[in-house]
Ligand binder design. Sequence first.
Ligand SMILES: Nc1ncnc2c1ncn2[C@@H]1O[C@H](COP(=O)(O)OP(=O)(O)O)[C@@H](O)[C@H]1O
Ligand SMILES: [Mg+2]
Length: 447
Amino acid sequence: MVGSLRAAALLACVVLCALLLLLISGVQQFGAQLYADDEEVLLRQLKERRRERNDPSGGESRLLVDSSGSTEAHLDEMGCEALVGMQALEVLGSGYTKLVFKASLSGGQSVALKLVNEQGIDMKKCLEEFRDPEGCRELISYKLEKEMILLRKLQHPNVIKLKGHCAGVQGGRGVEAGRLAIILERGDPLQMIQLLQSPWEDRFRVCLDLVRLLHFLSRSPLGSIGLLDFQPQQFVTVSGELKLTDLDDGSAEETPCQTDADCTLQFPQRNFSVACSAQGSCERLNEKRNIYNAYRYFFTYLLPHQAPPRLTHLVDHIMNSTGELKADVNQTLEAFEHILHLYESGLHLDDIPASILRDYTVMRGMGTSGAVEYRCWPSYSQQGCLLSVHGAKEAAHICNSHSQCNSFTLTGQKTWTGRLLASFKSNFSHLVPDETSEVYVKKSPSS
Ligand SMILES: Nc1ncnc2c1ncn2[C@@H]1O[C@H](COP(=O)(O)OP(=O)(O)O)[C@@H](O)[C@H]1O
Ligand SMILES: [Mg+2]
């Protein structure tokens, strides 16, 4: 009895163990199958990218050949040798794909170095999916390489300048040695909050630069380019000038279509429909998407607020025509250049009479000291009221509209449009000789 019980227990044990083994090996096989599938997908993607690079004909991959048919560096670009002895690395910014450092080269030049972001979302997603660090790094490096090639082909004042690249990080070995770093002109990441507090003239500049860029992209050597990931983070400023730095999401393909219904532009607040051309692509969809994105990410925040009173109707017109996609990029650029022309020339101030200056006494070659400042907004200086003007007439007009203002000084400093900086004050204790400036004092001061 005891013997047969033992035998039964033994048998049960054997069966259970066999079942368990079967189960484990099943799971292992299933897992192995999964990994094998992942690896296949990764390999396929890598093969595709390699093929694009080696035989870049047709499709998006045609972006990757330059006019000479080669993807090699240009002779005047910097190479790895430029990075020898570089100093003071500090992170300038990072995104899903790339990491950007500031570096001082041995000659003293400050540049930006762009590399694959090992901690970025792209890398994390790839590792989760494929668990192959080397393969993932290679896959993501293609994006950096694509960006480098696009930067060479799309040279424009509002696209960041490529200075060179190094395809082996100095001192690296193995995988490190094969890593790509691209060397760019260094900019300041766009700070929207800071920009919102800056004078209208500087905010207008950013919007104008953006429109100049979109105009160029709509007729670029590669066709009309749409920026698929259009956000302020993809831009930097260099001495106040806006430059696009993230190019790997640019698309030169217009969406293929069969009917107009295939051509809708969808945004969180609005949808637009575009015509499907006889050739079977959505007409100027890239250009339209770019304009509406410029409107929703830039113009709405930067343009209307504190626009010069005599230009507000022109600004409103731009807001309307871009927000409703009624104007194309040529018309939008014309509208911006027209505003710039009026603003620089002072033509919009024609209705202010020259006689306005009769109320002021002028002292040329003088500045002031011991000034009683007051603050205005948005001023170029934190302490006082420093605004840009076309000349004395506009400054007098502004001074008359500020109850605290009794005098203003036209300084010799100019803004990017060539307008003068004028400092408005309640009072001052003495005049001091200053060849570069002129002081205007109200003949009958306001109390
Ligand atoms: N030339 C540059 N100078 C200064 N900062 C830069 C420069 N290029 C990029 N950056 C900063 O680095 C961040 C990441 O670069 P980006 O090309 O946008 O990478 P990702 O494709 O991962 O978004 C940008 O958002 C920007 O703030
Ligand atoms: Mg980016």
